[in-house]
Design a protein around this ligand. Sequence first.
Ligand code: SF4
Length: 62
Amino acid sequence: MKVTVDRSACYGSAECAHRAPAVFGFEDGYGFVRPGQEETADDPRVCEAAERCPSQAILLGE
Ligand code: SF4
């Protein structure tokens, strides 16, 4: 499953990058999925980051 960050929804709390730093980075005030880490949506840390993102900008899907 794929994980993406909706940049237009992200408001830059950086929590995802703290919670799962191997998958999420933080740059220019936005969280992003590190290149090559797009297929990690099944990882519990990624699910937790998505659940706890304060703006629900982390999307898990096919
Ligand atoms: S946790 Fe959500 S709001 Fe915070 S940086 Fe990550 S994607 Fe953006």
